[in-house]
Design a protein around this ligand. Sequence first.
Ligand code: ZN
Length: 353
Amino acid sequence: MTDPVFPIIFDGHNDVLSKLYRQGGLSVSESFVTGRSGAIDLPRAKAGGLGGGFFAVYVPSPSNLESKMAAMAKPSYDLPLPEQIDWEDAFPVVMAQAAILFDLEKRGGLKVCRSVRELRATLAAGQIAAIFHMEGAEAIDPDLHTIDVLYQAGLRSLGPVWSRPTIFGHGVPFRYPSGPDTGDGLTDHGIRLVRHCDELGIMVDLSHLNEAGFWDVARHSTKPLVATHSNAHAICPHSRNLTDKQLAAIRESDGMVGVNFAVAFLRDDGRMLADVPIEQMLKHFDYLITHLGEDRVGLGSDYDGAVVPEVLTSCSALPKLRIAMAEHGYDDALMAKLCHGNWLRVLEKTWGE
Ligand SMILES: [Zn+2]
């Protein structure tokens, strides 16, 4: 496909590492380089103009994924939060997924970037630029020793919770329709964790936090507020999406939001059904641009972790999204910001260079 507007895409969230982990770990990691049946691999990234993004390590809950998807296809749902996972159980899983990330780097599939300078150079060289991100802090101990070691290994972004409790805070359940105000916020450990991340230069991700946790981060962090993969609650009133009040705080802090491709967070009706036109995504882009400004919106695909619109099932289809955005009236300067520039801007403010 020819792509008249071709700013490289840097993306706020993917789950390819946990997907590879579940499929066999290091024994299948070469498939990322040669091609695999999933949303992101090297050949598809090249075809779609995906330059890189946040690569999440994530400890799966032992829940039945199919029954969760079936429940979320209904007109309304309220999935219970999965049980807390202990440090002893989470830590080896995080190590195994981080090992996959570094194996992908060794095989030439990507480069793990630890600064914005490195991100820019890697994108310019046409290599996949990866940020080591952790979705849910189950593998962090209460004394925070683990995070110091993970930082040295390259960790630069952390969500204190996925949608389940940790010793640091409470996640938001998958619930529609629902606001994000679903329970208690950060614990004392969580507040210390946020401050420690600020000191180290690890970005704190607000996606999956409930509203009380969101405001706790807003209170205790001095950095821009960032939700890597969330959408507008005014369009899709899902518990995972951001209210106008939250968007105002993100704008005020000069942070940003990555538009999530997960259909349950895109559709007005919140259903996990894939027949979603790109126009529905443009509604979220327009809304977020109106409420956050042109400098505070990007992409946060959730590729390899969610049901996405059937027109965009893998990153090789990203040119379709770019063409639709350009035809919708986003000019070249705005396209460059939405596709990658805003992520680099916010990371620079969060990490320094
Ligand atoms: Zn997520």
